[in-house]
Design a protein around this ligand. Structure first.
Ligand code: 3NM
Length: 210
């Protein structure tokens, strides 16, 4: 898959009164270079409608678009890929439905899961939640020690996620991450573009690109 550094996921609960498209456009303007639609409790028809709208927006910015949990909706909306949880369908099944050219990502919370994902042909993995987060309540933080393990061992692209903000991003980058993912810090901000610009600068500095 194409290289990326700042992955932004939707979270409509964080911006009452502002539309998902408005907030995600601000994130894209600030430099988000991959975007995921994540809506846990919507009927399929509404999810598809949102997916199509976000597909159109991400196409304008030439940014890959991923749909959480639903390969069928990802395909119907012409998304670039799907993101799976550990409890969703196996990677092999998603691959069969999506084809070789689409992106398949999966969340991992321990090194065994990361190894399995790499072995099973995931295109990228999520690594988290690094810090406690209200966006995924009930899941214990894996801390930067899991980030370090993945940095040492895993060779497919991976992105750190969970409670990441500009204030703690440098800790995650120092643990070996070179891609960050955020929901609340970006979409819950009154200025998503500037949060994205800041995170991108932190990532670029850690990569030695500045
Ligand atoms: N997945 P925020 S943590 C959607 O660890 C999600 O797999 C996680 O949201 C994982 O940036 C998480 O608001 C929530 O903490 C990320």
């Amino acid at each position: 898959m194409r290289e990326f550094s700042l992955y932004v996921i939707t979270g409509e609960q964080y911006h009452p009164g502002r539309s998902m498209l408005e907030v995600m456009e601000a994130a894209l303007a600030g430099g988000a270079d991959i975007v995921q639609l994540r809506e846990k409790n919507l009927p399929a028809s509404e999810l598809l409608e949102k997916a199509r709208a976000l597909r159109e927006l991400t196409r304008r910015y030439n940014v890959p678009f991923i749909v959480n949990d639903h390969p069928d909706i990802a395909l119907a909306a012409e998304a670039d890929g799907v993101h799976l949880g550990q409890e969703d369908m196996p990677i092999a099944e998603a691959r069969e439905r999506m084809g070789a050219d689409r992106i398949i990502g999966i969340s991992t919370h321990a090194i065994e899961e990361a190894r399995a994902a790499e072995r099973d042909g995931a295109d990228y993995i999520g690594v988290g939640p690094v810090f406690p987060t209200g966006t995924k309540p009930g899941r214990q933080a894996v801390t930067t020690s899991y980030v370090r393990q993945v940095a040492d061992e895993i060779r497919i692209p991976w992105v750190a996620i969970g409670g990441i903000t500009p204030d703690n991003a440098d800790q995650v980058l120092a643990a070996g991450a070179s891609r960050l993912c955020a929901v609340s810090a970006v979409v819950g901000s009154s200025d998503p573009a500037s949060v994205c610009r800041r995170l991108k600068e932190q990532i670029a500095a850690a990569r030695g690109e500045l």
